[in-house]
Write a protein that binds this ligand. Structure first.
Ligand SMILES: C[S@@+](CC[C@H](N)C(=O)[O-])C[C@H]1O[C@@H](n2cnc3c(N)ncnc32)[C@H](O)[C@@H]1O
Length: 210
């Protein structure tokens, strides 16, 4: 896949990412709005959803990404592949999740994935991490019972910290205590490929909305 030049990281707390996104008209985006929806948070170049959308035409796939150039690139790749069950939006999940979910036919929302979120190593940058209690509350509010949240990271402490946030919310139940092996979604993300190529472990968990 060709690479475009983009900033390595952005600060989601910066003033320029404070505005909530304006959702599109989903009935224009997806011709088949009755299909189950999978939302991928931090979709990057979008290769993961592109492959899933090709494999599962009966699902609608939506990616959100804070680096706008990647969103433009991913939607171009979607158009090149003539896919109508895939879309990417530019936005900061920490300011846009509630707006985004409220705009969707959430009875169709079946899965949310958060994969290899930026670790933001420094303790003083902890507020930049994607999985905050507010995000878990918003997911609890909109994800129907039985819907799942798929989490993974190469860094065990990052995966554990995401799990800690979900375990603090009584709306969620973890499907198994051990890290999940192999990947039940079968399509690896870009970071997952890099991790597996280095022979490093991946830490995965699924949380189900009660
Ligand atoms: C380490 S990359 C992982 C990308 C992809 N999920 C994968 O597994 O290959 C994390 C991605 O999340 C995006 N991101 C970070 N904070 C975000 C936020 N607040 N809202 C939306 N996307 C965010 C980054 O720009 C980056 O593309």
């Amino acid at each position: 896949m060709s690479r475009i030049k983009v900033r390595q990281h952005v600060n989601p707390l910066s003033i320029i990412y404070k505005e909530s996104l304006i959702p599109p008209d989903w009935s224009v985006v997806y011709p088949g709005l009755t299909a189950p929806i999978h939302l991928d948070i931090g979709a990057a170049y979008g290769r993961f959803l592109l492959e899933l959308a090709q494999h599962n035409p009966d699902w609608n796939y939506l990616g959100i990404e804070i680096r706008e150039a990647l969103v433009t690139h991913a939607n171009q790749k979607r158009d090149d592949a003539n896919l109508t069950n895939l879309h990417y939006v530019f936005g900061n999940i920490n300011t846009s999740l509630a707006t985004l979910l409220a705009s969707l036919p959430t009875e169709k929302l079946r899965r949310i994935s958060i994969q290899y979120p930026d670790p933001c190593f420094k303790t003083r940058h902890a507020k930049r991490r994607v999985v905050q209690p507010e995000l878990v509350n918003d997911i609890a509010r909109y994800l129907p019972s039985g819907g799942e949240v798929f989490l993974q990271s190469d860094l065990e402490w990052v995966a554990q910290e995401m799990c800690d946030r979900f375990s603090e919310n009584p709306a969620f139940r973890r499907t198994q205590l051990e890290w999940i092996e192999p990947n039940p979604l079968s399509i690896p993300t870009e970071r997952e490929v890099a991790t597996l190529n280095k022979g490093l472990p991946v830490h995965r968990a699924i949380w189900v909305r009660e």
